[in-house]
Design a protein around this ligand. Structure first.
Ligand code: 5AD
Length: 349
């Protein structure tokens, strides 16, 4: 029989466990064990990042999407969404505002658009942002593209790319996504991004409909093999206009447990305390940091579009979730003994 604390100590020392051991931790963590792993992970994180949190300006560049992911509020078939696209000037203005506030990473996130025109637009914008702000990093989060498009994004100067795999299990993947999408193409994208030299982020939603502990073990083993520089872990939160609108949200505890497991596997990884976590529970953002996260991504989108980028109900996008709230964000960090690091915050493993 296993003992969770002994397994946690071994994970901290070796950065890996066997599949059955991860399964044991996932299935047998009580409040006390959770507090223990959160503390160990926060200590490991502090030993690498010295209680400094990187901040990234998140610009939601558009909510037009060709996909129909069953969990997502901006899915193609949701006719209640007011669709928008930011233009070049909007995006550069948002970067300028963020730069003046001291931000040195801009994350351009949006619905997945197909077609050359959209890809060319992104390539041009990335080039301009990098010309205007050569000391800032550009992260893209725009979904699945062909290899050549990713290469063009990289050549234009994009430094990082976020693409959660959502779930490694192919059957579970199919139950969350339309038939036009496949787990294998997702993995192809991630392999491309790594090979092209992007600092690559992947991750999962915790508690998505149909997810089991065995699925999560598959996710952990996959992430262990991929060795992403960034790992995004947030709870699933239902959106009323989706097929999963009446499903239960993922749990705070399981999200915090997974944040800590990934921190212990990858002491140098860039792991955000996500907006979904902050939305799920008051104090969620701080709890994520105290479980081993070292990044937050305040919203830098123009105020007029924020409510239109609604991936799930209740999404936080004001206060400390926004760049206007940097002061209150700083204050909330100080209250738990952390501070903002205004650097680019590249992966340095
Ligand atoms: N709940 C939580 N996270 C969601 N995402 C999309 N829809 C939801 C939801 N309903 C996450 C996905 C995606 C990221 C941009 O947002 O994991 O990769």
């Amino acid at each position: 029989m296993y003992n969770a604390k002994i397994l946690i100590d071994r994970l901290a020392a070796d950065h890996t466990l066997a599949a059955d051991e991860y399964l044991y931790i996932l299935s047998n963590t009580d409040a006390q064990t959770l507090a223990y792993i959160n503390n160990v992970a926060a200590e490991v994180c502090a030993s690498v990042f010295h209680k400094s949190i990187y901040i990234r300006g998140l610009i939601e560049i558009g909510n037009v999407c060709r996909n129909d992911c069953l969990y997502c509020g901006i899915r193609h078939s949701n006719s209640h969404v007011e669709r928008y696209r930011l233009n070049r000037d909007d995006i550069l203005a948002a970067c300028g505002e963020g730069y003046a506030l001291g931000l040195r990473t801009f994350v351009l996130q949006g619905g997945e658009e197909g077609g050359k025109a959209s890809d060319d637009f992104i390539t041009g914008v990335v080039r301009e942002v990098k010309e205007l702000y050569p000391d800032a990093a550009v992260t893209l989060s725009l979904g699945e593209k062909d290899t050549d498009t990713y290469r063009r994004f990289r050549e234009a100067g994009a430094d990082r790319y976020l693409l959660r795999h959502e779930t490694f299990n192919a059957a579970h993947y199919s139950s969350l996504h339309p038939a036009s999408m496949s787990r294998d193409n997702r993995l192809r994208c991630l392999a491309d991004l790594k090979r092209l030299g992007f600092q690559t982020g992947t991750g999962i939603m915790v508690g998505s409909p149909g997810q089991t502990a065995a699925h999560i073990v598959e996710d952990i083993l996959f992430i262990g093999r991929l060795r992403p520089e960034m790992i995004g872990i947030g709870p699933f939160i239902p959106h009323r206009d989706t097929p999963f609108g009446t499903c239960r949200a993922g749990s705070l505890e399981q999200t915090l447990l997974l944040l800590s497991i990934f921190r212990l596997m990858f002491p140098h990884a860039l792991i955000p305390s996500t907006t979904a976590l902050a939305t799920l529970s008051p104090g969620g953002r701080e709890a994520g940091i105290l479980a081993g996260a070292n990044v937050v991504m305040p919203n830098l989108s123009p105020a007029s579009v924020r409510r239109k980028y609604n991936l799930y109900n209740g999404k936080a996008c004001t206060g400390s979730e926004s760049v206007e709230g940097l002061k209150s964000l700083e204050e909330s960090f100080r209250a738990i003994g952390y501070k903002i690091d205004f650097g680019r915050g590249d992966y340095a493993g």
